[in-house]
Structures are given as C-alpha cells and as structure tokens.
Design a protein around this ligand. Structure first.
Ligand code: MG
Length: 217
C-alpha cells in the first residue's frame, strides 16, 4: 500500500525547533532557586541537580513526580516558573529553513508553562505557520498534546494518516501521534536518545521533504 500523502505537519518546539536552553541556562534559574529554597532536605542536592537538568527536557510537573518533590517544592517552582518568559529573539536550530520548503500546513504544539512557551513561539518568528498551540501545564483544563492534535485534525478536516507529528520525545508527542494513528518522526537532536516507537527517525528537518513526498522509509 502506498503511504498516504502528508498534508500537515505538527512540530514540537523544545529540542525540535530550538534547543530548550538556547537563550541561556539562566532562563530557568528563578524556578530552580525557588524549588531549592523550599527543599528543606526533602531531595538530596545531587538528586536536585539531576532534577534541574531534566527540566530542560521535561515539564516541571513530570520532573517533580519523578524526583519526589514535596508539594511545597512543586508549588514554589510553579509560582516562579509561570512568570518566566523569553524576551530576546531566538534563532532555533540552523535547519528551520527546511520548513518553508514544505507545501503542507504547519503547526507547532508545545507543552509547558503558557507564558514561557508562547514567548518562545513569538521569539522564533516562524514564517508560514498555520497555527501554534500550548499544552499549558498551568491551565486548569488541559487538553494534552493528544487532545490538541485531534482538534487540529478535526478543525482542518485532516485524516490522521495525512498528519505527520515531529518531535524529540517518545513518551510525549510521538506516543500521542501514535495513539491517534498519525505517522510520527522522532528527531534525534544532539543529546536525544532514540526511542522505539516512531514511524521515522530523522536528524534534520530537511529530511521531512522526503517523508512528505511519500518516499518509503
Ligand atoms: Mg521537545
């Protein structure tokens, strides 16, 4: 069976379009300081350092659960984290130009604090985006990536098979796309481990052209 034509691509942001720490490691410092102040020995300093390193890859609620943060630590990090924003322009990875060569609808869907993720979308100034959506961890009603992907497909009358999901995280966007029957591509940016659940594995956004054109993998 010939692969169906890809007419839309949904892109993750952090470690897909731009390194999560592009603007500098001091970006999340206010959040780390607030969490450390509320620690009172709950988490060892080595574990806390490991948790902070994970915050460049995962949203705070996921990190808090994995490292056993106390409710006080999570609340302190939450209050500080939701105020953080990028204020300078971002360049993203050097292959973003590949996106303008694709004749498809382009969407960005990203998880994190709303203000920070919206500021990054703005700072990247991506041309020809059809839409950008934040799966905000600080919203009272969260649709999750799966809910947002489904809504995009419904709103634009897209068959699941014609929507390609691209991102670095096997447990987040790749799993969500798989559950909806959308083809998925894990982008193996520096430091990202290969998962086992994606339809395609790529290193650069330029490789999307071949997938969109329906060239068998
Ligand atoms: Mg990501």
């Amino acid at each position: 069976m010939a692969p169906s034509r890809i007419t839309a691509v949904i892109l993750d942001l952090d470690n897909c379009l731009a390194p999560a720490d592009e603007v500098g490691r001091e970006l999340l410092e206010p959040m780390f300081a607030a969490i450390a102040r509320a620690n009172h020995g709950t988490v060892s300093s080595e574990e806390l350092d490991a948790a902070f390193a994970e915050c460049w890859r995962l949203p705070l609620d996921a990190v808090a659960q994995r490292y056993g943060f106390s409710p006080e630590m999570l609340a302190a990090g939450w209050m500080a984290g939701r105020l953080i924003a990028v204020t300078e322009p971002m360049r993203g990875y050097p292959d973003l130009g590949a996106l303008s060569e694709l004749s498809v609808l382009l969407f960005v869907v990203t998880t994190g604090f709303r203000r920070l993720q919206e500021s990054k979308i703005e700072a990247l100034r991506l041309p020809n985006l059809t839409g950008a959506f934040v799966d905000a961890i600080d919203d009272s009603q969260r649709m999750g990536k799966e809910g947002l992907f489904r809504e995009i497909a419904e709103r634009h009358r897209l068959e699941a098979e014609s929507v390609l999901v691209v991102g670095d995280n096997p447990e987040s966007e790749i799993a969500a796309g798989n559950r909806l029957g959308m083809p998925t591509a894990q982008i193996l940016r520096p430091g990202i481990e290969r998962g086992g659940n994606a339809t395609y594995y790529i290193h650069h956004l330029y490789e999307l052209r071949r997938i969109v054109a329906g060239v068998p993998r």
